[in-house]
Design a protein around this ligand. Structure first.
Ligand code: PLP
Length: 411
C-alpha cells in the first residue's frame, strides 16, 4: 500500500469513528503496561475492568510503597509550573487556544522549528498511537527494536498490521541496518531514543543513516520521550525538509507532568493533518501553561538530569559492587537488571517488600526494568533487592499482594 492508500484507510477509520466504533480503541500508556505487569498469576474470582483493576491496586498500595515501576518522575512539575497552573485555573471555563499557541511558539523558538510543524496533545501517547494507526495497515507493517516501548506495537495490532521486531545491537542501541532491512514495505519504523526499557541511546548519525536508507514511503517515528535525561542528539531538525519523519516529545518525563498531560508531535504540516483525522481534542489550559513555563525554566533540565543521573549511578555502582548483572549504557530514568531468575518472581518478591518495580519483556524474561525514583526511593530499592536476591525464589513469590484483582492480558 502507498502513502495515499494509507490515507484512504484513514478516511475509512474516520467514518468508523463517526459511527462510534473508535471508542473501543484504547490509547495505552506506560501506566497501563506498568500496572498490568503487576497482575497476579492466579486468576481472580471475578473479572474486573482495566480501570477498576488500576484503582484497586493503587488503593491497596501502602502509603510508604516505593513506586519505581512506570518511569514516572517523582519530582513532579517544577515550582513555576505549579504556580502557573494555579494562576490560570480561573480561566478554565473557556476553551483555550492562546495558551496552547504560547507553548507552540516557545518550543518553536527554542528548537528552531516552524510553529506549523508542531501539534500539541495531552501527552505523547495519543500522537504515537495515531501515527501508527495512520501509517500502518494489514499490508504496511510496523517495525521496531526488541525490547522497546510497546505502545506502538499495540496500536499496530489494532490496525491489523504485521509487527516485526529486530534485536538491539551488542551495545543495546537500535540496529538501524536491521530496522531498514526488516520490510521494504513497512508503514512505520519506530525508534525510541533513549530506548524504553534499556535507557540506551542510538546515535544521530545512525538515525540519519536510517532516514536515508529505509524505503522512501516508510514513516520513521522517533520517540524522544526521554531525550533530555540523556546526551542523545535530537532529530527534530529533520522535519523541515521531509515528510517521512515524525518526532514525539512528552512533558511526562524530565518535566514531571505525567498527571498533567502534555506531549508534542513534530512533523511536516501535511503529516500532522493526517494525524488529526484520528482525533484532535482541545488542550487543558493548565497543561499548556505548565508545559510552557517548564520550557522557560532554564535551570530545570540540567538540575533534574544531574539528580536523576546521580540516583541512577549510585544504584548502578551498588549493583556492580554486588555482582548483579545490569544491561549497560542507560542514560535515562530506567535501567534493566538480569536477575538470573524469573523476573516476574523478583517483581512479586519486591512488591511484598513494598518496592514496586517495573516489568519484564518477553525477549528477556529474567530481566526487570527499574525506574529511577528519588535517592531515598533508590536506597530502599537497594536494600530490598539484595534481600530478595539473597533468598532463593519460592512459590510464595508467585503472587503479588494484589492477588484479588485481575487484569485483561495485554500480551
Ligand atoms: N513514549 C515512551 C517511550 C514512553 O515511555 C511513554 C511513557 O512512558 C510515552 C511515549 C507516553 O507518555 P505520555 O503519554 O505520558 O506523554
Amino acid at each position: 500500500m502507498t502513502m495515499s492508500n494509507a490515507s484512504s484507510s484513514v478516511s475509512r477509520r474516520s467514518f468508523m469513528r463517526m459511527a462510534g466504533i473508535a471508542a473501543s480503541i484504547p490509547v495505552l500508556s506506560e501506566s497501563h503496561f506498568a500496572w498490568a505487569a503487576q497482575q497476579p498469576t492466579k486468576p481472580a474470582s471475578k473479572p474486573v475492568s482495566q480501570q477498576q483493576m488500576m484503582k484497586q491496586m493503587m488503593m491497596s498500595m501502602p502509603k510508604d510503597a516505593v513506586l519505581i515501576n512506570a518511569n514516572e518522575n517523582p519530582l513532579g512539575p517544577c515550582e513555576a509550573a505549579r504556580s502557573a497552573i494555579a494562576s490560570v485555573a480561573s480561566k478554565g471555563g473557556r476553551y483555550d487556544i492562546l495558551e496552547m499557541m504560547n507553548l507552540v511558539d516557545v518550543f518553536a523558538k527554542q528548537n528552531n522549528v516552524d510553529p506549523d510543524y508542531i501539534a500539541v496533545y495531552a501527552g505523547s501517547s495519543e500522537p504515537l498511537h495515531y501515527s501508527v494507526l495512520t501509517y500502518t495497515s494489514p499490508t504496511r507493517s510496523f517495525v521496531a527494536g526488541n525490547p522497546t516501548y510497546e505502545a506502538g506495537g499495540r496500536a499496530a495490532e489494532i490496525a491489523k498490521a504485521k509487527v516485526l521486531q529486530t534485536p538491539l545491537t551488542s551495545t543495546y542501541s537500535h540496529d538501524v541496518k536491521a530496522l531498514a532491512a526488516a520490510d521494504s514495505s513497512a508503514g512505520v519504523i519506530y525508534l525510541c531514543n533513549p530506548n524504553n526499557p534499556t535507557g540506551t541511546i542510538t546515535s544521530r548519525k545512525d538515525i540519519l543513516w536510517l532516514l536515508d536508507n529505509k524505503s522512501k514511503d516508510t514513516m520513521l517515528l522517533v520517540d524522544e520521550a526521554y531525550i533530555h535525561l540523556s546526551d542523545a542528539e535530537s532529530v527534530t531538525d529533520q522535519v523541515a525538509n521531509r515528510k517521512d519523519i515524525i518526532v514525539l516529545r512528552t512533558f511526562s518525563k524530565i518535566y514531571g507532568m505525567a498527571g498533567i498531560r502534555c506531549g508534542l508531535a513534530i512533523a511536516h504540516p501535511d503529516v500532522l493533518r493526517k494525524l488529526e483525522s484520528c482525533g484532535q481534542n482541545a488542550m487543558p489550559i493548565t497543561s499548556s501553561i505548565a508545559a510552557r513555563v517548564s520550557l522557560e525554566d532554564t535551570a530545570l533540565i540540567p538540575a533534574r538530569k544531574a539528580y536523576i543521573a546521580e540516583a541512577r549511578n549510585e544504584t548502578l555502582k551498588f549493583l556492580a559492587a554486588n555482582n548483579y548483572k545490569v544491561i549497560p549504557g542507560s542514560q535515562s530514568n530506567c535501567f534493566m537488571i538480569d536477575t538470573g531468575r524469573k523476573g516476574r518472581d523478583v517483581m512479586a518478591a519486591m512488591a511484598q517488600k513494598k518496592v514496586i518495580i517495573g516489568r519484564t519483556w518477553a525477549i528477556w524474561p529474567n530481566v526487570v526494568r527499574i525506574s529511577v525514583g528519588t535517592k531515598e526511593d533508590m536506597a530502599k530499592f537497594r536494600t530490598a533487592f539484595k534481600e530478595v536476591m539473597d533468598t532463593p525464589p519460592t512459590s510464595a513469590y508467585l503472587h503479588t499482594p494484589f492477588e484479588d484483582v485481575s487484569f485483561p492480558q495485554l500480551s
